[in-house]
Design a binder for this molecule. Structure first.
Ligand code: SF4
Ligand code: SF4
Length: 262
């Protein structure tokens, strides 16, 4: 993956850089514009709304820093072109032939495929949709995009914060592997359960008691007790949302140990 990103970017990795307005302008001046596509599958549209909340840098991002070559309402094209990077928002509905084909085509035509937000990365709340709605009565099964195609990087959050989105774009253009590596590690994490949170975060003394996991859990399998999440395993459907949205899962104990050479 590192070699692939470096090859795509044509540059060496650099230390982490913040996505301030000045930084974005600097990157925009110096780097070739990557060709970016946006595929919107099943979700609430919160991810792209969060992207648009980067008020002070959005114009710079979209006009000078990247070239948007594909995306509903973003680019006036019918055919999907070759892309350096595609952001995929939402899970994929297996009964929706158009969505499945669009995802497959995006995988073929994009150098890097990013699962953008928790619906794309783990299925998030769409996993609990069982169809029957008047408009789409046959839409029953929603799965993470990683169940159908290879995902290179997963950006967590429901939705990801505007700051994280801007930093990811800057990191991809800069080849900043320090920033991207945890999200590359998360890309294969579509089946984590509440017990992963217990073993890898709480038991490793990484939990900061923020409560994000309990708020993210759709089945109320997690509750906060004495500042720590408590799991009711009978309610856990192993959707992985609590794990991917826990801020400490970005830097799990094994990775900290590796970084420290332990
Ligand atoms: S505890 Fe909740 S959010 Fe976590 S995997 Fe289980 S059902 Fe999903
Ligand atoms: S999201 Fe992570 S850090 Fe926050 S309470 Fe849950 S386990 Fe602890």
């Amino acid at each position: 993956m590192l070699a692939k990103i470096k090859q795509f970017l044509g540059m060496e990795a650099k230390p982490k850089e913040l996505a301030s307005k000045e930084e974005v302008e600097k990157v925009a001046e110096e780097k070739a514009k990557p060709r970016i596509g946006y595929v919107h599958l099943s979700g609430c549209t919160g991810d792209i709304m969060s992207l648009s909340e980067n008020y002070d840098i959005l114009a710079e991002l979209l006009t000078n820093m990247v070239e948007i070559v594909y995306g509903q309402t973003l680019a006036d094209v019918w055919e999907m072109p070759e892309m350096d990077l595609v952001l995929v928002e939402g899970s994929v509905c297996l009964q929706d032939e158009h969505s499945v084909k669009e995802l497959m085509e995006a995988r073929e035509k994009a150098g890097l495929l990013v699962a953008f937000g928790s619906c794309a990365a783990t299925g998030c709340f769409t996993r609990y949709s069982r169809g029957g709605q008047q408009a789409q009565p046959n839409h029953e099964s929603f799965v993470p995009v990683g169940d159908l195609v290879k995902v290179d990087c997963a950006v967590p959050g429901c939705p990801p914060s505007p700051e994280i989105i801007a930093k990811v774009v800057v990191a991809v253009i800069n080849g900043d592997m320090d920033y991207l590596q945890p999200m590359i590690d998360l890309a294969g994490y579509t089946e984590a359960g509440g017990s992963d949170l217990q073993y890898k975060i709480v038991n490793q003394a990484l939990c900061i008691g923020c409560g994000t996991c309990a708020m993210a859990c759709q089945t109320r399998a997690l509750s906060m007790t004495n500042g720590r999440p408590e799991l009711n395993e009978d309610r856990c459907v192993k959707c992985g949302v609590c794990y991917i949205q826990c801020p400490r899962s970005w830097w799990p104990a094994d990775r900290i140990n590796k970084d420290l050479g332990l």
